[in-house]
Design a protein around this ligand. Structure first.
Ligand SMILES: Cc1ncc(COP(=O)(O)O)c(C=O)c1O
Length: 405
């Protein structure tokens, strides 16, 4: 008899499972689902990056094991990006680790840093690996409601004051998935001051550093003076260059944290396939107009989503950054909760979104809408949503003629 596995028991079935099953069943039945569920970029990777991959793959040496912390050329290109974009100078030897996507970097960093029972301060709602990376590593999560960045930081401060164990890590992630919140440099100054005061390490996930609108490029925590004494940043090529499936990310900043991650990785992997790393180097060092183009596509979709859903009767705040809108449930559905609403949207409108509660209990009352369908499909989704809303308002009114009157 195979016993239960301790670590597996700590991991509930992946949060999107229920909605995904429903989506799969309806698709099998031939229903066309307009799918805003996953943050999976749908545009092609720019062709010069693919060309570099193909060219490098023909090198007879290309199939050998690579370097687990990334080839030097790629780490230099990552440092070059930080210099160009944030005016932050990094040593590619000691302050940059190339990872197999930022998720892998984050999770293995958690493995590297965590002793059993360490308390980690994590926003809620959050991208699941932010909590589960540490839970898998034996840490204990202190969930802080994060309905605004300021609320998160003041909640973190109160939690530290009332905590019997001294927390060890403060997690930041802006622009945020799922809430699309954006912060300025002053926020990071406050966060670094808090971390310094309480001797916390800071892990900042900035996977959407280049997906921003309205001329407001997100800053890096490493721009704060002295931040690299205690902080690393996790970044990614997945969204910037539509390279999600390629699995290229980076962890940069504090040299001791980078060395700890590099040590863990040296036991686990041999680095990405070298041609992928060479192509990622070309992405970072090459022309950046493709990034403007990708950003422009998300911005147009955002505008169409917000305006067409408003016409349908669903007011969605316009996200300043990220590839998501964080949408409060429309009034007639508020009492049903985000999971029921997400299921009804799929079944009755053919529109898939992610229930906010899947990102943590404080995500209840919202759904996350990924900007991963084209504008035509977004308009179609809004028409379907309007029909569902009209039907629900009609049903509510019929059930309560006083309200209807
Ligand atoms: C906040 C955040 N961090 C990390 C990731 C994972 O990115 P990567 O593809 O680099 O692993 C995502 C993906 O959606 C994300 O939203």
């Amino acid at each position: 008899m195979i016993p239960d596995f301790h670590r597996i028991n700590l991991l509930p079935p992946y949060v999107f499972e229920e909605v995904n099953k429903l989506k799969a069943r309806l698709r099998r039945e031939g229903v066309d689902i307009i799918d805003f569920g996953m943050g999976n970029p749908d545009m092609p990777t720019p062709s010069h990056i693919i060309d570099k991959l193909l060219e490098t793959a023909r090198d007879p040496k290309a199939g050998r094991y690579s370097a687990s912390k990334g080839i030097l050329g790629l780490r230099r290109a990552m440092a070059g990006y930080y210099q160009r974009r944030f005016d932050v100078t990094l040593d590619p030897e000691t302050e940059v680790v190339a990872t197999l996507g930022s998720k892998e970097g984050f999770a293995n960093l958690a493995q590297a840093l965590t002793a059993p029972g360490d308390e980690i301060i994590c926003p809620n709602p959050a991208y699941p690996i932010h909590a589960y990376g540490f839970i898998m590593a034996g840490g204990v999560i202190r969930h802080i409601p994060a309905l605004s960045p300021e609320a998160y930081l003041s909640g973190a401060s109160r939690a530290i004051a009332s905590s019997s164990a001294r927390p060890t890590v403060l997690i930041l992630s802006y622009p945020s998935n799922p809430t699309a919140q954006w912060v300025d440099l002053d926020f990071y100054k406050d966060a670094v001051a808090l971390a310094r005061k309480h001797e916390l390490l800071v892990l900042s996930d900035i996977a959407y550093s280049e997906i921003y609108f309205e001329n407001n490029p997100p800053p890096s925590v490493l721009q704060v003076e002295g931040a690299r004494d205690l902080a690393v940043e996790v970044n990614s090529l997945s969204k910037t260059y539509a390279m999600a499936g390629w699995r290229v990310g980076m962890v940069v900043g504090n040299a001791r944290l980078c060395a700890a991650l590099a040590r863990i990785k040296s036991y686990l992997d041999y680095g990405a396939y070298t041609p992928i790393q060479v192509a990622a180097t070309a992405a970072l060092n090459g022309p950046q107009d493709c990034v403007d183009e990708i950003r422009g596509i998300y911005k147009s979709r955002r505008d169409v989503l917000v305006s067409s859903m408003a016409r349908a009767g669903w007011q969605i705040p316009s996200p300043p950054a990220s590839m998501f809108a964080w949408a409060p449930l429309p009034e007639p559905f508020k009492a049903q909760g985000s999971m029921v609403f997400a299921k009804r949207l799929i079944e009755e409108a053919g529109v898939a979104v992610s229930p906010g509660v899947a990102f943590g209990e404080y995500g209840e009352g919202f759904v996350r809408i990924g900007l991963v369908e084209n504008e035509h499909r977004i308009r179609q989704a809004a028409r379907n949503v309007k029909r569902l809303l009209d039907k629900e308002i009609g049903a509510v009114n019929a059930a309560d003629p006083v309200v209807a009157g």
